[in-house]
Design a binder for this molecule. Structure first.
Ligand code: PLP
Length: 402
C-alpha cells in the first residue's frame, strides 16, 4: 500500500523520513480537519452559549470521545487533553505524586526512561522525601523479571514506566509491573508515547492507572496530547493548573472545581489540536493496526537484517529484530552520531542523533550518543534501502578506507 500519497509533505520533499519516534508526518485529512474547524466552528469552546461556541465545544468533545474509544477507556471523564505526553506525566507527578507520597515511600522508574518520565519523579522525590528506585536494564535493554520483583515492595507507591523505549525500541514488561504494584497498593503510570501510536492499547485490559501519550507522534498536530486516568483516582486528585474553565464556583477566597475531565483543563483549550487528534485516530483506524503493526515489523526486520550485515555498525539493545518496535539505535565505528546524521542529511535521509532524552540509559549502556532510525507504517522498503545504502557509505565519506 502506498500511504505516503496521503501525506502532502512527501509530494513536496523527496526524502526518506526516519525520525518518526520524534514526530510523525501528517496526512491531508488531518490537516484539513483542523483547518475546517477554524473555518467553520471556531469560537472559544466550553464557555460560549451561542451556536458557534456550541459547535466548537461539540467538535472538541467529539475528539475526546474518539480518544476514549481508541484506547477503550470506560468514560470520557478519564480522557484529559494536555499539550503532550510530557505535560500529562507532569500532571500526575504534581497532582497525584506531591499529594500522596511521604518520606520513605518509593517511586519505581526505569533506567530506560525518557527524561519526561524521569524528571517529574525526581521532583516528587525531592519535595516529598520519597525514594527513587531504578529498574536497571540488561545490556540488551531488557528488564530482568527477578530484579523487578526485588524492587517492587510494600513501600512502592508509584511505578512510572514507558511502554516502549524510545532508544532500544523494546516493549517493556509493564503487565508484570502493574500486577506487582497493584498487589502492594501502588499505582502505575505508563508512558505510552512510543506505545499508543504503534499498537492497539486497551486501557481496561492493561489496568494501568494512568497512560500518557502525544498526538504529534501519531499524525496529529503538535501541542495536543492526552492523559488517560482511572476516574476513581482522578476524582480524588487536586487540579494541576488552575484558572478559567476548570471551576464550578469561585468566591473571593476559594473555589470549587468543575467535573472531570474539565477540572484538569485550565484555560482556553487546544480545540483545533484535539480535532486533529480525532481525525488522526479516524485515519489510523482506517489503516488499521493489523497493517500498522505488520508493516512496521517488516520494515524494522529488514533494516535490522541489513544493518547487521555491516561489521562497523553496532545496534543498541535487543539482538533480534523482534525486540525492536520500529526503533533501531546504533553507532558506527569511528563516526560520531552527529556526523552520521549530517552525512545522511546531505542525501535527504533524516534520522535522529544524540542522547534521545535518555541520558541515564546511554550512560548505563556505556555510549555517549547514538544514531536512531524510527519507522511509521507509511515508510517503505525503498526508504530502508536508501537509509542502509547511506549508512554503508558513511565511513568512506568520513575519509576511512574499506
Ligand atoms: C518514551 C517517550 N516519552 C515521552 C516523550 C515526550 O514526548 P513529548 O515531547 O511529545 O511530550 C517522548 C518523546 O520522544 C518519548 O519518546
Amino acid at each position: 500500500m502506498n500511504y505516503k500519497k496521503d501525506f502532502p509533505i512527501f509530494s513536496n520533499i523527496d526524502m526518506t523520513y526516519l525520525d518518526n519516534a520524534a514526530t510523525t508526518q501528517r496526512p491531508l485529512c488531518v490537516l484539513e480537519a483542523e483547518k475546517k474547524f477554524y473555518e467553520t466552528a471556531n469560537a472559544n469552546p466550553l464557555r460560549g452559549l451561542y451556536s458557534l461556541a456550541i459547535a466548537a465545544t461539540d467538535a472538541y468533545e467529539e475528539a475526546r470521545e474518539k480518544v476514549k474509544n481508541f484506547i477503550n477507556a470506560k468514560s470520557i471523564k478519564e480522557i484529559i487533553f494536555t499539550r503532550n505526553a510530557t505535560e500529562a506525566l507532569n500532571l500526575v507527578a504534581y497532582s497525584y505524586g506531591l499529594n500522596n507520597l511521604k518520606a520513605g515511600d518509593e517511586i519505581v522508574v526505569s533506567i530506560t526512561a525518557h527524561h519526561s518520565n524521569l524528571l517529574p519523579w525526581q521532583m516528587v522525590a525531592r519535595q516529598t522525601g520519597a525514594v527513587l528506585r531504578f529498574i536497571d536494564c540488561e545490556s540488551d535493554g531488557s528488564f530482568d523479571k527477578d530484579k523487578i520483583r526485588d524492587i517492587i515492595n510494600d513501600k512502592t507507591k508509584i511505578a512510572a514506566i514507558e511502554m516502549v523505549s524510545n532508544v532500544t525500541g523494546r516493549e517493556h514488561e509493564y503487565d508484570l509491573i502493574i500486577e506487582l504494584v497493584h498487589k502492594v497498593g501502588g499505582i502505575v503510570v505508563l508512558d505510552g508515547a512510543q506505545g499508543v501510536p504503534h499498537m492497539p492499547v486497551d486501557v481496561q485490559k492493561t489496568e494501568a492507572d494512568f497512560v500518557a501519550f502525544s498526538g504529534h507522534k501519531m499524525m496529529a498536530a503538535m501541542g495536543i496530547g492526552c492523559l488517560y486516568g482511572k476516574e476513581s483516582i482522578l476524582e480524588n486528585m487536586q487540579p494541576f493548573l488552575s484558572g478559567g474553565e476548570m471551576i464550578e464556583y469561585v468566591t473571593r477566597e476559594s473555589a470549587t472545581y468543575a467535573e472531570l475531565p474539565h477540572k484538569f483543563e485550565a484555560g482556553t483549550v487546544n480545540a483545533g489540536g484535539a480535532v486533529s487528534l480525532g481525525a488522526a485516530i479516524d485515519y489510523m483506524n482506517s489503516v488499521g493496526f493489523d497493517y500498522i503493526v505488520k508493516q512496521e515489523e517488516m520494515l524494522t526486520k529488514m533494516c535490522f537484517d541489513e544493518l547487521s550485515k555491516l561489521p562497523e555498525v553496532h545496534i543498541i539493545g535487543g539482538k533480534t529484530a523482534e525486540e525492536h518496535m520500529g526503533i533501531i539505535s546504533f553507532t558506527v565505528d569511528g563516526v560520531h552520531p552527529h556526523d552520521i546524521a549530517s552525512i545522511l542529511d546531505t542525501q535527504n535521509v533524516f534520522i535522529r542523533a544524540g542522547h534521545h532524552c535518555a541520558q541515564p540509559l546511554l550512560k548505563h549502556l556505556g555510549v555517549m550518543s547514538s544514531a536512531r532510525a524510527s519507522f511509521a507504517f507509511y515508510n517503505t522498503e525503498e526508504d530502508v534501502m536508501r537509509f542502509v545504502d547511506s549508512i554503508r557509505n558513511v565511513r568512506s565519506q568520513m575519509g576511512y578506507g574499506k
